[in-house]
Design a protein around this ligand. Structure first.
Ligand code: FEO
Length: 395
């Protein structure tokens, strides 16, 4: 295998998954994902996190090569989600004397998922573990992404092994470090990774960022995607922006439409927003675009306008599914507009109003509800809705 070094004795061991369609069986990964593990070869050989189960055989072989057949002394478990912990049992079998390093919430999960651990070191915030020439320091960052999540800071080379934090969808197609690749592609996938996987936990991310601010970090080595060493400012600034619900001037319009009438309202609203000078406008059909991408844009733009046809007295189901996910993620501080089609029973706009009350965003204009084709009165109201949204955004 190629030896990929973060420092003299610190190695990247990662694998690219181009087969899985849905990460967590939920989120599309058309460009795949990498699972990154790291190895420190010191007096005490230490592995930081493991990899997905499909790669266990390769992982054990590569470990054996990098260690020169020596035993691995410690396994640091930053995060127990199985995309990183799946190889723990195989590692324990191969290195029976290994000591697992985690915090007080880690080992219950090890027992739940794999086995009752024997040799453990329990660490807390600021605790250190000396490996010989290198020393590791630990900080817990609960809910970024699970309750037990922590990061590990290698003090000599100032490398932060960050777990899911600062991770990214997309395989590493050659380059491993952020300065070896075209970052334009990865920037979008880093945001989608954050918004889809960690976005529910923005306040926790803020607490984590505050905690990490005291560390003099030179390299961020996450468990997915590129290793950050030349663009730390970009990824840290982006996490700050995304986790504080700081949006760009723009509007996300999403609709569910059966026969095109609700879609037509979306087009009228969007055009008027453009007339008013709003340039960032994205329209999605909720029945076509996966919520992953729509949720991502809900973290980009300050304005959100949602439309739905009535379907059996309810929202069109695809809109309902999307809104449940947005409620779950609960991004804050948006301006909201609502529109839809009554069809023969109503139910679309009525349920959008219930969503508006629960999500507690600022409704910029009265709900616009048409019956059948878009007629002049409601055409005018669509224009008014767009103008009200533009007034807020341009204020
Ligand atoms: Fe990549 Fe939360 O595991």
């Amino acid at each position: 295998m190629h030896q990929i070094k973060l420092a003299d004795t610190i190695f990247y061991i990662g694998y690219n998954d181009r087969r899985t369609n849905l990460f967590e069986n939920l989120w599309p990964i058309p460009f795949g994902v990498s699972y990154n593990s790291y190895l420190i070869v010191d007096e005490k050989i230490t592995l930081v996190d493991t990899v997905e189960r499909f790669f266990i055989d390769d992982f054990l072989e590569d470990l054996n090569e990098l260690t020169g057949g020596r035993e691995v002394d410690y396994l640091v478990i930053n995060h127990m989600e199985p995309d990183h912990s799946a190889a723990i049992r195989a590692i324990k079998n191969r290195y029976p004397a290994i000591t697992l390093v985690g915090n007080k919430k880690t080992f219950g999960l090890v027992e739940n998922f794999y086995f009752e651990p024997e040799k453990t070191v329990v660490v807390g915030d600021g605790d250190r573990l000396n490996l010989g020439k290198t020393t590791l320091q630990f900080q817990t960052i609960p809910m970024v992404h699970w309750p037990e999540t922590m990061v590990t800071f290698e003090e000599s080379n100032k490398i932060l092994f960050s777990g899911d934090a600062f991770g990214c969808f997309g395989t590493l197609d050659g380059g491993i470090f952020d300065d070896e690749i075209n970052l334009d592609f990865y920037k979008e996938e880093a945001m989608r990774y954050f918004t889809n996987i960690v976005g529910k936990y923005c306040p926790h991310t803020q607490r984590a960022l505050n905690k990490l601010a005291s560390l003099d970090i030179k390299i961020i080595a996450p468990t997915h995607g590129p290793v950050w060493r030349s663009n730390l400012d970009w990824i840290l600034h982006s996490y700050q922006k995304w986790s504080t619900y700081s949006y760009d001037q723009g509007v996300l319009i999403v609709y569910g439409s059966m026969y095109g009438h609700t879609q037509k309202m979306a087009e009228v609203i969007a055009h008027q927003l453009a007339v008013r000078g709003i340039k960032n406008i994205r329209i999605y059909d909720a029945s076509k675009t996966h919520p992953s991408y729509i949720i991502n844009d809900s973290f980009k733009y300050k304005g959100i306008i949602v439309g739905s046809a009535a379907y059996n007295n309810e929202l069109l189901p695809t809109v309902g599914t999307l809104l449940r996910e947005i409620e779950h993620m609960a991004p804050k501080n948006h301006y909201l507009g609502i529109f839809g089609n009554y069809s023969w029973s109503g139910g679309g706009v009525k349920n959008l109003m219930e969503f508006a009350q629960k999500i507690n965003w600022e409704l910029v204009y009265e709900p616009v509800e048409e019956k059948g084709t878009l007629k002049s009165e409601n055409f005018g109201k669509c224009i008014n809705l767009a103008n009200a949204m533009a007034d807020k955004l341009l204020h």
